[in-house]
Design a protein around this ligand. Structure first.
Ligand SMILES: NC(=O)c1ccc[n+]([C@@H]2O[C@H](COP(=O)([O-])OP(=O)(O)OC[C@H]3O[C@@H](n4cnc5c(N)ncnc54)[C@H](O)[C@@H]3O)[C@@H](O)[C@H]2O)c1
Length: 374
């Protein structure tokens, strides 16, 4: 079911400012009462999913029509989510996915909105519609991504700008100080965000961005006011269309890099995409703010990244790093006292110079003095 392109806020929000400026009440209107499915979505969700990590959460998943995003949405619903909203460019696939989820988990559990993550107005709209419809957003998964250095501008726009839009909007809608519920932002990076790979340099660069950005936004500075945790997940090779289509997307001008990429990815066993979905549930349950997780070969674990200060301690802030330290053993040279070494032999001007054209035996560097040359 589509989330609704002309989504409007039905009913009126009442802000109770007496005790808690963030408490939001909901006043029923006729539209609201005549809309049973929407009514049930506005009410508190049931306590039957008591210990499930995503209980009563409203989650937004970009690129969730298929692949890893599909399985993240599936796991969120299986773990008690009140609803999952999928945003993707593949509208037909979105429709099929939501139908499947609604058959499996119940009516209106999954909704979609056509979305291109590179378009700021479309990103604004999906966040606003979700908030209007459910009253809150608890989890944002910035999953949409492409592996196609051939389209390197799109790769940067989708894998970087899309993630930044999604993260900033996540803070805008979830920040506790702005009456949001707090929440989680999960950015889908890659193991290629942790290592170089010559056959896909642009994709690799965008996935490194995802890690640096998530670790930085996952700092206490942002969490204190927002109660929003930001984390990154790095899938290893996972069985999705992205892997099967990798060969067609090589960076042009350097031979067939697509083929090189496909063969290096193909050499590794591909895990099922469900593994990443399950991992995201672990992150929601146990993940620390700013943490980075790896999902590879059906294993899920937290990445312990080296502190760059462990390579070499950085200079202390007050020290001038360019001032060379003096060698206490080096004696100062008095240039005025410098005289010529009387023992140094002068070159004999009559000494015969070596004939540069004389051929030497390259295999015999010790010349045999007994050998006669003609
Ligand atoms: N499959 C892997 O081995 C693997 C490994 C590491 C990381 N990842 C990452 O996982 C994420 C999901 O990839 P996947 O493997 O499921 O691939 P996929 O191609 O199956 O899914 C990607 C989804 O993103 C959507 N999408 C693409 N551009 C979009 C846009 N502009 N706006 C909205 N949606 C858009 C696609 O339509 C698709 O549904 C990506 O960020 C990818 O980089 C995948």
């Amino acid at each position: 079911m589509a989330l609704g392109l002309n989504c409007r806020c039905r009913g009126k929000f009442l802000f109770s400012r007496v005790n808690n400026p963030c408490r939001v009440g909901y006043q029923s209107s006729d539209t609201y009462n005549n809309h049973p499915s929407l009514g049930s979505q506005r009410r508190n969700c049931s306590s039957s999913d008591d210990n499930k990590p995503a209980k009563c959460k409203v989650a937004l998943v970009t690129g969730g029509a298929r692949g890893i995003g599909y399985h993240i949405a599936d796991q969120l619903l299986a773990n008690g989510a009140q609803a999952v909203i999928i945003g993707d460019v593949l509208v037909d696939e979105c429709e099929k996915t939501c139908t499947k989820f609604n058959e499996k988990y119940g009516e209106n559990k999954a909704l979609f909105q056509p979305l291109d993550v590179t378009k700021k107005d479309q990103m604004d709209k999906i966040f606003k519609c979700t908030k209007d419809r459910f009253g809150k957003i608890d989890i944002v998964v910035n999953n949409a991504g492409i592996l196609a250095d051939k389209r390197w501008e799109d790769t940067i726009a989708i894998n970087i700008s899309g993630v930044v839009y999604g993260t900033l909007l996540g803070f805008q809608y979830m920040t506790a100080e702005k009456c949001g519920p707090g929440g989680f932002i999960i950015n889908v990076s890659s193991i290629l965000g942790l290592q170089p790979l010559y056959s896909s340099p642009v994709y690799v660069g965008t996935k490194h961005f995802g890690i640096g950005f998530s670790r930085s936004m996952g700092h206490e500075y942002f969490y204190k006011k927002s109660k929003v945790k930001v984390m990154a997940v790095c899938p290893g090779v996972t069985d999705t269309n992205m892997i099967t289509e990798a060969a067609q997307g090589g960076l042009p001008g350097f031979g067939d890099l697509g083929k090189e990429l496909a063969s290096s990815l193909g050499a590794l066993p591909a895990q099922p995409a469900e593994e990443v979905g399950k991992g995201v549930i672990t992150m929601i349950k146990d993940g620390e703010n700013g943490s980075v997780w790896i999902s590879e070969g059906c294993e899920f674990y937290k990445a312990v990244l080296p502190d760059r200060k462990s390579f070499k301690p950085p200079p202390s802030p007050k020290e001038d790093p360019c001032k060379k330290k003096e060698d206490p053993c080096k004696k100062e040279e008095d240039l005025s006292k410098k005289t010529e070494d009387p023992c140094k032999k002068k070159e004999d001007p009559f000494k015969e110079k070596e004939d540069p054209c004389k051929k030497k035996d390259p295999c015999n560097d010790k010349e045999d003095p007994s050998k006669i040359y003609f």
